[in-house]
Design a protein around this ligand. Structure first.
Ligand code: TEU
Length: 544
């Protein structure tokens, strides 16, 4: 039975509320829609859901611009709807993790509206304000991730304010104690409502350099996931050592953790996207058991899916982060869906989806799945006119934005908009290519990727060593093959995976008489003498 440590090795299913299920016929998903579909989520065999933001917001960044931390946006429902959602989730045995966007607010948040009035109001220091340089330009060279300078001039206050993302997402000033206190009060509000945990958006951006020093130029090797390529994003021109990932954050995270520890069995997962420096940051934020429970890096959110990359990332993680904990993910609402990143052809899409999940579910760490990946949905191709993501609209066509992974869940092939909405037009279209992959189709087929997810997650639950057992990688002279063991107590489980479309015969490095083959769902690798024979994108598991 899971306990206070349920999150350690737990599986989280990310729901993007706008695109899960509409019940009000406005073309946008809502909380009652999620509640209605929780049975489906529980049946997949996950431990928790993570809900992307549903708070009051002008939706300039699809809810990652919050104007009231303690209320539900009418677009998504009411607080009562949220309480009903939590009650239903708990009845089904699902924990509920919500997304806290504490680094910045919306410019429509009352705190910012007050702060921008003058240099001496009660909230004057709640945001990062600075005078212009003598020539009128911005205080320093900091850039916004969404393009252009990280500073916006305010005509009323006659100062610049800092923003890491849109100009309508002003950065809160964490050096101000009152800001920390106010944010922790909002966290307490949700804890008291029964929320089981928090995903902390851009947790390494909370503090900026108090002296506002210029950033040095970017070292491009320092760009692990390749998301910050300068031709796509001017953010990549700088090494953000002054406006992000400040050591001061550790103390704030200790305050945050102390608050959570006053409640039972709560958890937190921080989003740390910071290129090659991520692991140092994750170590700072998750070791010692008095800060975050776990972090989320961008290691597996880029184009690279190979045995060497997976081994390097996992080994580096546990070597650097020691007793800290990770939550791995291949997909989320910010990146192209992973089957489209990893599979070279349409024929490879489903085999790659199966292989990726078999690995994800057997690595050391917690797991985060993104809605629709259990259907092996490919990235949607959208026309410029259909885009809603300000990031994509800004950089089109070199970067097409994040809408292609945010299209609505296809529930039922036979219904308009695949059963997502009865509105004439959903906020983003359901791609035609997703219709044959709808839940109504996939659930019926025993061999579907969807049923592979259910069986593989069940396999994970059955084996204690897969929750938090150690992991050791083993060398192979075949670069298409990944071999590792998971160990806990007396149990050692061996895994062998083939990342190529060619069959492989892999020499076994243990005496055959000690090997007891296990049925790894959806995988057909077999023991053949002193070798494991694997088909294309295949896997094998044994107790040794
Ligand atoms: O994302 C943080 C972040 O760093 C992303 O901008 C990432 O670099 C980019 O999306 C990669 O394509 C979080 C949220 O997940 C994202 O949806 C928000 O837009 C962002 O914060 C601002 O709140």
């Amino acid at each position: 039975e899971k306990n206070d440590n349920w999150w350690r090795g737990g599986v989280i299913y990310q729901i993007y509320p706008r695109s899960f299920q509409d019940t009000t016929a406005d073309g946008i998903g809502d909380l009652p829609g999620i509640t209605k579909r929780l049975g489906y989520v529980a049946d997949l065999g996950v431990d928790a859901i993570w809900l992307s933001p549903f708070f009051k917001s002008p939706m300039a960044d699809m809810g990652y611009d919050v104007s009231d931390y303690c209320d539900v946006d009418p677009m998504f429902g009411t607080l009562a709807d949220f309480e009903a959602l939590v009650a239903e989730a708990h009845r089904l045995g699902l924990k509920v993790i919500i997304d806290q966007v504490l680094s910045h607010t919306s410019d429509q948040h009352p705190w910012f509206k007050e702060s921008r009035q003058s240099k001496d109001n009660d909230k004057a220091d709640w945001f990062v304000w600075a005078d212009a340089k003598p020539d009128g330009t911005a205080p320093n060279n900091w850039m916004s991730i969404f393009g252009g300078p990280g500073w916006e001039w305010d005509g009323t206050r006659k100062q610049y304010y800092m923003h890491n993302f849109l100009a309508s997402q002003p950065d809160l000033n964490f050096h101000c104690q009152e800001v920390q206190d106010a944010l922790l009060e909002t966290v307490r509000f949700w804890l008291d409502l029964g929320v089981d945990g928090f995903r902390l958006d851009t947790v390494n951006y909370y503090f900026c350099d108090a002296e506002l020093r210029d950033n040095p130029p970017m070292d491009h090797d320092d760009n692990a996931a390749g998301l910050d390529a300068p031709d796509v994003n001017p953010y990549g021109f700088q090494q953000h050592i002054y406006d992000k990932t400040r050591p001061e954050n550790v103390k704030f995270l200790q305050r945050f953790r102390a608050l959570l520890d006053g409640y039972e069995a709560r958890t937190s997962v921080g989003e740390v996207g910071d290129g090659a420096r991520s692991l140092k940051t994750v170590a700072d934020y998750t070791t010692g058991g008095d800060k975050l429970h776990m972090c989320y890096t961008f290691d597996f959110l880029g184009p690279n899916f190979s045995p060497a990359h997976i081994r390097d990332c996992v080994e580096d993680f546990f070597a650097t982060v020691e007793d800290g904990w990770v939550c791995w993910a291949f997909s989320n609402h910010d990146v192209d869906r992973h089957v489209s990143r990893f599979a070279k052809t349409e024929a490879e899409r489903e085999p790659v989806a199966r292989l990726a999940l078999s690995i994800l579910a057997t690595l050391r760490g917690s797991v985060c799945l993104y809605q629709g990946e259990e259907l092996a949905l490919p990235q949607a191709e959208l026309a410029f006119e259909e885009l809603r993501d300000p990031y994509g609209i800004r950089f089109w066509p070199s970067f097409k934005g994040r809408d292609g992974c945010r299209t609505p869940m296809p529930w039922n092939k036979g219904e308009p908009h695949a059963g997502f909405t009865t509105a004439e037009k959903p906020w983003l279209p359901v791609p035609a290519a997703h219709l044959p992959l709808a839940v109504s189709e996939e659930a019926m087929k025993p061999e579907s990727v969807y049923n592979h997810y259910r069986a593989t997650l069940a396999f994970r639950r059955e084996h204690d060593a897969l929750q938090d057992g150690d992991i050791v990688f083993h060398d192979s002279d075949n670069e298409d093959v990944l071999i590792y063991t998971r160990m806990k107590g007396e149990t050692t489980l061996l895994f062998v995976f083939n990342f190529s479309a060619e069959p492989q015969s892999v020499p076994l490095q243990v005496a055959v008489e000690h090997v007891k083959s296990l049925d790894l769902p959806g995988m057909t690798g077999v023991l053949n003498g002193a070798h494991v024979d694997l088909g294309a994108f295949d896997g094998y598991c044994a107790r040794i």
